[in-house]
Ligand binder design. Sequence first.
Ligand SMILES: C[S@@+](CC[C@H](N)C(=O)[O-])C[C@H]1O[C@@H](n2cnc3c(N)ncnc32)[C@H](O)[C@@H]1O
Length: 210
Amino acid sequence: MHLRQFQAQRMQAPRDFQAIENQPVCVEIGAGKGKHAVLFGQQQPQSKLYAIERTREKFEAMQKQHQLSNLNNLFPIHADALPWITHALYPAQVEQFFILYPNPEPHNPAQRWLNMPFFEFILSRLQFEGQITLASNIPEYIEEAEQQLKEIWKLPYEKQVIASDSARTHFEVKYLERGELCQQLIIRKPADYTTRFDDFMPLLGQSHAG
Ligand SMILES: C[S@@+](CC[C@H](N)C(=O)[O-])C[C@H]1O[C@@H](n2cnc3c(N)ncnc32)[C@H](O)[C@@H]1O
């Protein structure tokens, strides 16, 4: 399978976009109501987490949890992850990405994260030896992602079964209560890994129409 190149320069700025500093950060994509984001913020006080959620009600639930938690290292972002990442993040800035229980996109396989040309851009934002955690309750989703890691992205990974008492996200709790098998891939970016976006600087709210 051949993937087209992601058209980074065509991404419109997210509404009310605010730039961030070029310091090491962690990023959660599709953070839902923010359960994992708050837990991570509490357990990793020295790390900064940007938690992106595009659905308003879920984002607002995350914001509420964030306010109650008093965490100053968690930054909830109401945006689509593609334009936000393209506009905000610097090459090799991200220590870890989390993609936990993404929508399975049964009718739209091209919208699954590892099938998208955008995944190359995500990889360009990741530090060397940084990692991406991808969790799913759908064995075929994990298998397809493994296939893409081997054939397209050529990245090392470890596959893990998630413990039945894990409770990092609302969806994880729901799936494990139903007795479903939840698995995750811990994907690592080796020190010599290159992408076509390694020199692409964030658009910082500017739009390059055309
Ligand atoms: C199945 S839910 C999982 C939510 C949460 N991670 C959990 O495990 O409870 C997937 C979430 O990803 C969000 N999402 C999907 N595509 C997104 C995108 N491009 N940018 C930001 N959020 C996205 C959806 O709005 C939804 O809340």
